[in-house]
Design a protein around this ligand. Structure first.
Ligand SMILES: Nc1nc2c(c(=O)[nH]1)N(C=O)[C@@H](CNc1ccc(C(=O)N[C@@H](CCC(=O)O)C(=O)O)cc1)CN2
Ligand SMILES: Nc1ncnc2c1ncn2[C@@H]1O[C@H](COP(=O)(O)OP(=O)(O)OP(=O)(O)O)[C@@H](O)[C@H]1O
Length: 266
């Protein structure tokens, strides 16, 4: 059984929205196995786990009644969608955020392992973004090298990617986001990354991506050749919208992973 098992292409419009409680009770059914998968790696049971995670059914499928309702964004401006979805993703409690991040991290870990990625850029969450801390710890345990974006000190709108390890010193950037203190020896040229797990504010069914509005990831991803590095959006289900107004500089993602979906761009 493959990961695509939990991809559900049917979209539920907002008017037939199930209550958030229904979404959470279906999510909770999958929490134990996600917890076990990630803590087995913590416990050093790596080898067994890598094999298991890569091949077992690590996904799940929600019925239309259980899934998070799609926000109908038709005709809305980018700015309005950005503000609305930022509020939506911030509305989860810390406990809900933790559960959702665990479940999604398990899926992302399986994706990283299946692709044999050795150098993976991620982000440290803020503003209600899906948290990556557990995923990063699991990657350290299995020997995958992790990197974080740094807002470029001289080149406005651009990012540098720096090695992130257990000894890294983190400082807040101008947006209040934690990033590694710049050390040139830690910088990796972007084409050397195998994967970039990108933050995003909103995405649609065609894997179009909208971020915080700085154009940082668009500038980074426009230089990808043959999907190297392979960019994967990591987001809450509530961040999917029915339609994103696309600009000429927007770079669509080949894949988006949420707690309940693996959405590949066709
Ligand atoms: N966790 C995380 N790290 C990331 C990003 C991200 O989206 N998430 N970025 C993705 O690109 C870059 C930072 N880009 C950002 C762009 C705008 C704002 C922001 O908060 N803008 C404010 C206005 C700030 C101001 O005017 O000074 C806002 O919109 O409220 C934050 C991050 C690099 N690191
Ligand atoms: N490749 C590029 N070259 C030059 N300017 C760009 C490029 N990509 C985006 N921009 C500029 O960046 C600004 C912000 O773009 P946009 O609103 O799409 O960012 P975003 O995707 O929301 O942010 P991010 O990628 O940082 O998460 C726009 O004004 C756009 O002109």
């Amino acid at each position: 059984m493959t990961l695509t098992r939990y991809m559900n292409t049917a979209e539920i419009p907002a008017e037939s929205a199930p209550a958030k409680t229904t979404y959470f009770s279906s999510i909770n059914k999958h929490l134990d196995s996600a917890n076990q998968a990630l803590s087995a790696i913590d416990a050093g049971n790596q080898h067994l786990h890598i094999d298991n995670l890569a091949h077992q059914d690590s996904g799940f499928e929600l019925s239309n009644q259980e899934r998070y309702a799609l926000f109908d964004s038709q005709g809305m401006s980018r700015d309005f969608i950005r503000r609305h979805i930022r509020e939506e993703r911030k509305s989860f409690t810390p406990a809900e955020q933790h559960q959702l991040a665990l479940i999604a991290s398990r899926h992302m870990l399986a994706e990283i392992q299946q692709r044999n990625a050795e150098h993976v850029a991620l982000y440290l969450s803020f503003d209600g973004e899906l948290a990556t801390e557990k995923l990063i710890e699991a990657l350290w345990h299995i020997g995958v090298k992790t990197y974080l974006p740094i807002v470029h000190p001289f080149c406005p709108g651009h990012l540098l990617f720096c090695h992130y390890h257990s000894e890294s010193v983190l400082i807040k950037n101008k947006f209040g986001i934690l990033e590694p203190k710049l050390n040139v020896q830690d910088v990796i040229p972007t084409p050397k990354l195998d994967m970039i797990v990108t933050p995003l504010v909103a995405f649609d069914g065609a894997c179009n991506r909208m971020g915080m509005g700085g154009g940082y990831y668009d500038r980074t991803l426009k230089n990808s050749v043959n999907n190297k590095p392979f960019a994967v959006g990591f987001a809450h289900d509530c961040q999917q919208v029915s339609h994103l107004p696309v600009e000429c500089w927007d770079v669509p993602l080949p894949l988006v992973i949420t707690p309940t979906r693996r959405l590949a761009r066709s």
